[in-house]
Structure formats: structure tokens, C-alpha cells
Design a protein around this ligand. Structure first.
Ligand code: LMR
Length: 410
């Protein structure tokens, strides 16, 4: 019965790690998967996380019991506050439903399941390009996806005109998946004025928005600044359509493998005859069913750590400093790489490397160049030319610049 099962290619990003582990060259550089490394190329456990872990293990009631199906409220409540802000009207008016998820991917999966049972005929619009998993997640739940133009390869800038045109021509009430900040894979975000134009166009067509928030605090080092688009979207859509926000703590708390995250749904203001509390209870029950059938209950350990970080003021303060440490090291690496390419007189303009934000740079290198980088120089990155800048450090940036220079001139 399973003899004709199709063999799928390995996951493109995780396969980079695999190939690299088999490479015996001494100087090899991993610019593949987006995971923060310190300046010696090692994974970094945030000081705020170390402290939180200590507190958890010292707790006399420490245990590994199941969480509730909808997760830890000591995580989901402050997590909503981190995204929506202290002054959030949606929070004050009680228009939000928040449940714990299996990090960002689990939250997206929950959104896809929820859409597929509540509005399965809607088209889901993804940016072109986007994180490869987006398409699989939505299509895996039977939803149809389409793309909106995003990256102008010639100018290495935002294709705002194409973007707005897609919003205008999409069927009224479609679903738009937006990257809250630090767009993956391009590292290119709309500026504040462009966000306002995009979100107003979305309001006009009464589209629904899903924000994928995987890098809050990682772009600028400032949580409020990185939540600009989410908060403006909620303000503009408050009388129009529900907004879903998928929140990952993989990158900004460094909880990669612990799968800590949240799913938030923000309802618009309701007509007088609709009881907000009833609608919220119904939605929460559907979300609980999704979790119960897929995970039974969400994972506890990472959630407890993040809850400590978000609830203990001295840990929260340390976390804010940790995000500055990570984001500023990445910005420094962007500058070192750009400057090295310029001083090597590498053909082309490399300013986009410093203009882009977050963990990634869409370098503009072709698939052939990327292949040569790996084969000749042991520099690994995604075939799209996306480089995880977090993999650069003071010991390898020169090597990477020389390697890029060689493949561009080849
Ligand atoms: C990435 O894009 O490299 C990260 O989000 C890791 C992943 O799961 O793909």
C-alpha cells in the first residue's frame, strides 16, 4: 500500500546544516538557518533565560505536569502585552483571545486550521518571496494561496506599486499574511509611511490580516518599534476585520528548540446585538480543540521560562538588554561585511546589506554563486541568496567577503 509513496526532497534549510556537518574543511561558515550565534560562532543562551531557568528549578513546586490545553496564562497575558503594547485599546476593550502555541509555526498552523473550518474559501496571500513554510502550512490545511509582489530584484527594494495593486485586485475579504518586522527572507521592511499606505489599502478592501511576528525586538532591539506595523494594523482594522498574530519566542528569547509561542486573535468592535464574550468563548473552544487533537497540551518548559522573563521586572530588563546585544552584533556584522566587499572592490553595490534589517540579508547572489560559495569556500547559505547574518563573526567575516568577491568575479 505504501510502495508508491513519493520521496520528497529534504527540507532546503535544514539540509544546509546536514551538508555542513559532513564538511571537513577547517574554515566553514553557516549562514543558513536563522539562529543567533555569538561572536565565537556559538549558540547563545540569553542571560535572562539562564536566570529564569534557575528560578524555575529552585521553585519547591517544580514539576513536569501538563499545562492547560490553552496554555499558561502567565505566558499568554504578558505576551499579548508585549505585542499590543501597554496602551492597547484591544486589550482594554477585551477584544483579544490568546492561547499558547507550538512556537510561531504552531501558531500559523492553528491559524490555518481555524481559517479552514471558519472561512475555507478565502484566498491566503503570501509575500513573494516568503518563508517557505508559509505555503506548506496553509496549503496543508486545504487553503488556496496566492502571492503579492514584495521584492524588486533589480532595485533590491520594496515593490510597493505591485504590492498595492495585489491588495486592490484581491477578492474582497481575502487573507493577507504580513511579516510584522524583519521580513524573512529579504530583511526588507516597509518604512512607517509605506506601512500606513499598505494597511489603509487593506482596510479599504476589508481584507483580513495575519501578522507573523517571529522577530520582535530583533530588528531594532526595541520591542515597541518592532511592533509598529502590528499596532497600526490593529488600530486601522479595529472596526473592520479580525486580526491574527502568530508570535514566536524562538529568536527574541533564543528558545529555538523549546517551541514557545502564542496565537492571538483580535476581534473588531462588534454590533450591539453580538455579545463579545460569547464570540470569544466560541473561538477559544475551537482553538482548544485544535490543540487537544494535535498536541494534547502545549509544551511547558519553554513556556515557563518565557513567562518568568516576561513577569519578573529584573528579568524583563535583562531580556531587553539581551535583544540589544543580539541586534547590535548583527548590525555590526552587516557593516563589516559591506565594508569588506567595498574595499575588495567587489562589483555591484552592497549597501542593501546594511539597509536590510533583522537576521537575514537577501544578498542578491544567484543560485550558481551560492553553489560555488559552498563548493569552493565552505560558505553555506540558502540557494535564494539569503544569508543569516547571525552566522557572521569577527573571525569569519573577512573569509566570507573574499569568498563572495571570488564568486561574483568568477
Ligand atoms: C529560518 O527561516 O531560517 C528560520 O525561521 C528557521 C526555520 O524554521 O526555517
Amino acid at each position: 500500500i505504501f510502495n508508491n509513496v513519493a520521496l520528497l526532497p529534504p527540507d532546503a534549510l535544514f539540509n544546509i546544516k546536514q551538508r555542513m556537518s559532513q564538511d571537513s574543511r577547517k574554515m566553514k561558515v553557516d549562514l543558513g538557518i536563522g539562529a543567533y550565534r555569538d561572536d565565537s560562532g556559538k549558540p547563545w543562551v540569553l542571560p535572562s533565560v539562564r536566570e529564569a531557568e534557575k528560578l524555575i528549578q529552585e521553585d519547591p513546586d517544580y514539576n513536569h505536569e501538563y499545562l492547560n490545553i490553552t496554555g499558561l496564562t502567565s505566558l499568554t497575558d504578558p505576551a499579548a502585552m508585549v505585542l499590543l503594547g501597554q496602551d492597547s485599546l484591544a486589550l482594554k476593550e477585551g477584544r483579544t483571545v490568546s492561547v499558547q502555541s507550538l512556537s510561531g509555526t504552531g501558531a500559523l498552523h492553528m491559524a490555518a486550521s481555524f481559517y479552514s473550518t471558519t472561512c475555507k474559501d478565502k484566498l491566503v496571500y503570501l509575500s513573494d518571496p516568503t518563508w517557505a513554510n508559509h505555503k506548506s502550512i496553509f496549503e496543508g490545511k486545504g487553503l488556496k494561496t496566492a502571492t503579492y509582489p514584495y521584492w524588486n530584484a533589480a532595485s533590491k527594494s520594496l515593490d510597493l506599486e505591485g504590492y498595492l495593486n495585489a491588495i486592490k485586485t484581491a477578492p474582497q475579504g481575502s487573507i493577507f499574511v504580513l511579516h510584522a518586522c524583519a521580513h524573512n527572507p529579504t530583511g526588507l521592511d516597509p518604512n512607517e509611511e509605506q506601512w500606513a499606505t499598505i494597511l489603509k489599502a487593506i482596510v479599504e478592501k476589508e481584507h483580513m490580516v495575519l501578522f507573523d511576528s517571529a522577530y520582535q525586538g530583533f530588528a531594532s532591539g526595541n520591542l515597541n518599534k518592532d511592533a509598529f506595523a502590528v499596532r497600526l494594523g490593529l488600530e486601522l482594522l479595529a472596526d473592520v476585520t479580525p486580526v491574527i498574530i502568530c508570535q514566536s519566542f524562538a529568536k527574541n528569547v533564543g528558545m529555538y528548540g523549546e517551541r514557545a509561542g502564542c496565537f492571538h486573535l483580535v476581534l473588531p468592535h462588534q454590533d450591539e446585538f453580538v455579545k463579545m464574550a460569547d464570540v470569544k468563548a466560541a473561538i477559544q473552544s475551537q482553538l482548544a480543540l485544535i490543540t487537544r487533537s494535535e498536541l494534547s497540551t502545549p509544551p511547558a518548559y519553554g513556556a515557563k521560562i518565557v513567562a518568568q522573563v516576561l513577569n519578573k521586572p529584573e528579568l524583563t530588563k535583562q531580556w531587553h538588554a539581551d535583544m540589544v546585544t543580539m541586534s547590535s552584533r548583527i548590525i555590526k556584522m552587516r557593516h563589516l561585511l559591506r565594508d569588506a566587499l567595498v574595499s575588495l572592490k567587489t562589483p555591484g553595490n552592497w549597501d542593501h546589506i546594511v539597509d536590510q534589517t533583522g537576521m537575514f540579508s537577501y544578498t542578491g547572489l544567484s543560485a550558481e554563486m551560492v553553489q560555488r560559495l559552498e563548493k569552493e569556500h565552505a560558505v553555506y547559505m540558502a540557494s535564494s541568496g539569503r544569508a543569516s547574518i547571525a552566522g557572521l563573526n569577527s573571525g569569519n567575516v573577512e573569509h566570507v567577503a573574499k569568498a563572495i568577491n571570488e564568486v561574483v568575479n568568477y
